[in-house]
Design a protein around this ligand. Structure first.
Ligand SMILES: [Zn+2]
Length: 353
């Protein structure tokens, strides 16, 4: 767990460092419209109470969103053994997938191809795709290395006969699909599967953080009262929906109450923290400065790669290729509808933030 956080921190430092180096002595070359703030209905005094309201309401709605899948635990129909649980997880996976493809990746493309960045090298090479690709490979590396270290440490080497996860999924399926995955938490496979879910939940939270802070930051730094009001409403829905996606993944990680509370708290404060940061930096922070475009653009690209990999491999493929869904076409169809609903809802949010 610590290893993943360590790698993520390194990633952040690399992007900040590169942006420092690359944005040096570029301030003189940027077009005029990138220097000044947009005109219109700028009113700092009127914007402040709106931002305070935004902090409170986004905090509450994110908490509601992320807790919603968690409280369903007490409903008998949503017990891990029941099929509705799988459908809820599919819905959550759809949300995460759309966050990567529809929110984070396009944001990164926008930022790194902005006219406010110098022609060389930013308009000569698709940095977003490159960084996102590297990030998927890095996520795969962390995923496979942590799994093999864990199984070696616990003396339960990868056994093709009862291994449901990773590359041996097909093998487990064709051998009759008798493995029980996380339904038998006492078995070695069950424990390593649970560990996997926990790693996935934590990495996802880190992947979502960048986007959540950035949307808060741009709200906090803006004094445009015409756009703030609809933006606050949009961000409330945005965070609630994204929270449902994360909540579904925290649910399957089966954390203890305290750790669950930490995950919920950490997610809920990210956007309000971004708004507060934007307020504090509103004098010096410019969304269109090369430095912030490069830093945020590169961070967005790496979290897009991470989110897309996790959604496809660790959430969707792991469930759909698992014994439970492979055993029932009817449940598969229900789950696909849930994926489409989750992905569709989150895609709709991309219209606003
Ligand atoms: Zn978004």
């Amino acid at each position: 767990m610590a290893r993943i956080i360590f790698i993520f921190i390194i990633l952040i430092f690399i992007s900040i460092f590169t942006s420092q180096v690359l944005s040096q002595s570029e301030d003189n070359q940027v077009p005029e419209e990138c220097r000044q703030k947009s005109g219109g209905c700028n009113d700092k005094a009127a914007a402040l109470p709106l931002k305070i309201i935004a902090i409170a309401s986004i905090l509450v709605t994110s908490m509601i969103g992320v807790c919603l899948p968690l409280v369903t635990r007490s409903i008998p129909a949503l017990h891990p053994d029941r099929s509705l649980f799988v459908v809820v997880k599919a819905f959550a996976a759809g949300i995460i997938l759309a966050t990567g493809f529809m929110h984070v990746l396009p944001d990164s493309f926008d930022m790194l191809s902005s006219i406010c960045l110098p022609e060389k090298p930013w308009h000569k090479f698709p940095f977003t795709g490159f960084v996102a690709m590297l990030s998927t490979i890095l996520t795969l590396m962390v995923d496979s290395i942590t799994t093999s270290i864990y199984s070696r440490k616990n003396g339960s080497g990868i056994n093709p006969e009862n291994q449901v996860t990773g590359g041996d999924r097909e093998m487990a399926m064709t051998s009759g699909g008798h493995s029980h995955g996380h339904h038998a938490p006492k078995s070695a496979t069950g424990v390593s599967q649970l560990l996997r879910y926990r790693v996935v939940a934590m990495v996802l939270e880190l992947g979502i953080v960048v986007h959540s802070v950035v949307i808060g930051l741009s709200l906090g730094a803006s004094n445009n009262t015409c756009t703030i009001k609809p933006l606050v409403a949009a961000l409330c829905f945005h965070q609630m929906f994204e929270g449902m996606g994360l909540g579904g993944c925290i649910l399957q990680a089966e954390y203890k109450l305290f750790k669950k509370a930490i995950m919920v708290f950490f997610f809920s404060v990210t956007t309000p923290f971004g708004i507060a940061l934007g307020l504090a930096l509103s004098k010096s922070y410019r969304e269109n400065s090369p430095r912030s475009l490069i830093t945020v653009g590169l961070l967005n690209a790496s979290s897009a790669g991470l989110l897309i990999y996790m959604a496809l491999v660790d959430l969707l493929a792991a469930d759909f290729m698992g014994p439970k869904l492979q055993g029932s076409i009817k449940l598969q169809i229900k789950s696909y509808i849930a994926v489409l609903l989750g992905a569709g809802g989150m895609s709709l949010m991309a219209k606003w933030a």
